[in-house]
Design a protein around this ligand. Structure first.
Ligand code: UT7
Length: 332
């Protein structure tokens, strides 16, 4: 039953967690023919964290605990947990296991899969539950361990990805801090980036087959994805800013999915957003998929860069292809 309507959304806490093991570009030269110089120049990445020991739910839970602590609420206050991931520990979903580990006994929990757009898609999904008055306290986690699915012999992809988790707490608020959004999908370009299931027919009984296949490592047409990102991300940001009635000059921070420094620079240049307003931490973590935006957000908040009331233009983009933008103000 709806409790109230016309409620706003505020983002009141953030947290993040990264695996302890790091691999720098030099380390990758032991695996594939590459160099620190090539990776740094073409992508901006210098090192990445790899989850050798940690599970997806373990790093996601840690990020969540930190976000909950910053928001000043208890796990039992949570009504909903959304886990944006493409690399759940369990294909049935890992959100419920996180709910248990947090002790968020009242919360309903589910996974949401939209690859590197997962965090932005999750932010918008969560805000619908809050705006309709159904839920007051929502935990949104973006977490991925893509190292599980990287082809470590493919230099075109293995140098890009890293593992991590980020989380935010979203709460019902009198003032609506989610100012505008726009989400998009284009399935015609599905093949450009995938982690696909390949079926292997197995005859169960004569004449009846099942598919006893497996998922295969990530494949990507890097050039296509690059072109898509530098064209579509500025467009979707402009649309979201229009919906928010916000001009470029009012944006305090550009917070993009951390895929490639050249993409960040090209989008900022196209939108005429000065470099000092662009948040970037991919040198340390690479592309952490659904985790990259909340991880960079949390670092910037804890460094005191992002302050309450700051207007953030965020955009996620990736497999699907999917892309989206959300314009929001940090804090209560
Ligand atoms: O979440 C979204 C996920 N994906 C992305 O955001 C990826 C978007 N795409 C990109 O970031 C870029 O396309 C890459 C970083 C993947 C590649 O950069 P590029 O400037 O498009 O390079 P390229 O694929 O055109 O390759 C240029 C050259 C090629 O050699 P030749 O054919 O010119 O002799 C590649 O074989 O660089 C070679 N190359 C490498 N060399 C050293 C490709 N990967 C590597 C490597 N080290 N790791």
């Amino acid at each position: 039953m709806l409790q109230q309507t016309g409620v706003g959304v505020a983002i009141t806490g953030s947290g993040s967690a990264i695996p302890s093991v790091s691999l720098d570009n030099q380390g990758l030269t032991q695996l594939v023919e590459t160099s620190d110089d090539w990776i740094a120049t073409r992508t901006g990445i210098r090192q990445r964290r790899l989850a050798g020991e940690e599970s997806l739910s373990a790093i996601a839970t840690l990020a969540a605990q930190r976000a909950i602590a910053m928001a000043g609420i208890a796990p039992e206050d949570l009504d909903l947990i959304i886990l944006a991931t493409s690399t759940a520990d369990d294909l049935f979903g890992s959100a419920s296991s996180i709910q248990f580990q947090l002790g968020a006994s009242r919360a309903v929990a589910f996974d949401l899969t939209a690859a590197c757009s997962g965090f932005v898609f999750g932010l918008v999904t969560a805000s619908q539950f809050i705006r309709t008055g159904v839920y007051q306290n929502v935990l949104l986690i973006g977490a991925d361990i893509l190292s599980r699915w990287v082809d470590w012999s493919d230099r075109g992809t293995c140098v890009l990805f890293g593992d991590g988790a980020g989380a935010i707490v979203m709460q019902a608020s009198e003032r609506d801090r989610l100012l505008g959004f726009e989400l998009r999908s284009d399935g015609t370009q599905h093949q450009s980036l995938s982690l696909a299931y390949t079926a292997q027919p197995k005859e169960l009984v004569p004449g009846i087959n099942v598919q006893a296949g497996t998922y295969h490592p990530i494949t990507m047409n890097g050039k296509e994805v690059y072109r898509f990102a530098v064209q579509k991300v500025p467009e979707v940001l402009e649309k979201a800013m229009f919906r928010a009635s916000i001009s470029i000059e009012q944006i305090d921070w550009l917070l993009l999915h951390q895929a490639n420094q050249r993409i960040l620079d090209a989008v900022a240049q196209r939108l005429k957003i000065p470099t000092e307003k662009v948040i970037s931490n991919l040198a340390n973590y690479g592309n952490t998929s659904a985790a990259s935006i909340p991880l960079a957000l949390d670092e910037a908040v804890r460094e005191g860069k992002i302050k309450p009331g700051d207007i953030i233009a965020s955009s996620g983009f990736g497999a699907g292809l999917t892309w989206g933008a959300a314009i929001f103000q940090w804090g209560r």
